[in-house]
Design a binder for this molecule. Structure first.
Ligand SMILES: Nc1ncnc2c1ncn2[C@@H]1O[C@H](COP(=O)(O)OP(=O)(O)OP(=O)(O)O)[C@@H](O)[C@H]1O
Ligand SMILES: [Mg+2]
Length: 243
């Protein structure tokens, strides 16, 4: 591997395919997809409904087994025609943070515990888990809502708690499926700016599906998917915004 290269990608896909079903019912959701995302990059993923965006995120996130190709995450080849790691749960916990369109917070836990559950899984003691959870909530500017339950949070607050949860295990790779779809444009901009700051400060790679034209200028690069093919990559020419 290019272990000494300074800009080794955090996510590298080579010729990745995924189909569902067989014969007449076969759907080719991903066809020979190749891409690389580097530390500090915020990359957008666009494409019509059914073009394979969610499938692509799930394959990168090791939630869904590809049908072929190679996937390398943070220098480790995790899939090469088959999974190379037996413990995919552990792999996800080590490397990946997920953010969904709807926050998926647990309704019976307050903001702090919603974040701390991930730290429990990662083996932190209860006190340390809550302390670090509060730190993350503060980083995402929702520290003042740390005792609030999901039902009493605004959409933007809930999404920031969900992002704090996605960050809890310090993943280098963040995968987000329409993270701002449920938010108005002002709150969507706040969430995107937080993600940009995160990418810059912690050198994470962020890959986010979006339909929201108002936030296109928050991406460093944009990929387009069509019928499972990664068609074009639009390099954003804007000067990098200050978070
Ligand atoms: N579990 C599954 N079984 C069968 N077909 C599936 C499955 N998941 C996805 N597909 C099909 O694969 C294709 C890609 O689906 P995917 O969910 O990745 O699209 P998408 O780009 O995320 O769409 P949207 O914008 O509507 O969320 C679609 O044709 C879909 O019907
Ligand atoms: Mg989708």
């Amino acid at each position: 591997m290019e272990a000494t290269a300074p800009r080794r990608p955090l996510v590298r896909l080579e010729n990745v395919s995924k189909h569902f079903g067989e014969g007449e019912a076969r759907v080719d959701a991903l066809r020979g997809v190749g891409l690389a995302v580097h530390p500090g990059e915020v990359v957008g993923l666009l494409g019509p409904s059914g073009s394979g965006k969610t499938t692509l995120l799930n394959v990168i996130g090791c939630i869904l087994e590809p049908s072929g190709g190679r996937i390398t995450l943070d220098g480790e080849t995790v899939y090469d025609g088959r999974w190379l790691r037996a413990d995919l749960r552990r792999l996800r916990l080590e490397k990946i943070g997920f953010i969904f369109q709807f926050h998926n917070l647990l309704p019976f836990l307050d903001s702090t515990d919603n974040v701390a559950v991930v730290l429990d899984l990662a083996g932190f003691g209860a006190g340390e888990a809550r302390r670090r959870a509060v730190e993350l909530l503060e980083y995402l500017e929702v520290g003042h809502r740390r005792y609030a339950f999901p039902a009493s949070l605004s959409g933007g607050e809930a999404q920031r708690v969900a992002i704090a949860r996605a960050l809890a295990n310090r993943p280098r790779i963040i995968l987000a499926d329409e993270p701002t779809a449920a938010l108005d444009s002002a709150r969507a901009a706040v969430v995107m700016d937080l993600l940009r700051r995160l990418a810059a400060e912690q050198q994470t790679a962020i890959l986010a599906v979006t339909h929201d034209e108002k936030i296109y200028d928050r991406f460093d690069r944009i990929f387009h998917l069509r019928d499972g093919l990664l068609e074009q990559e639009q390099v954003m020419t804007h000067p990098r915004r200050k978070p």
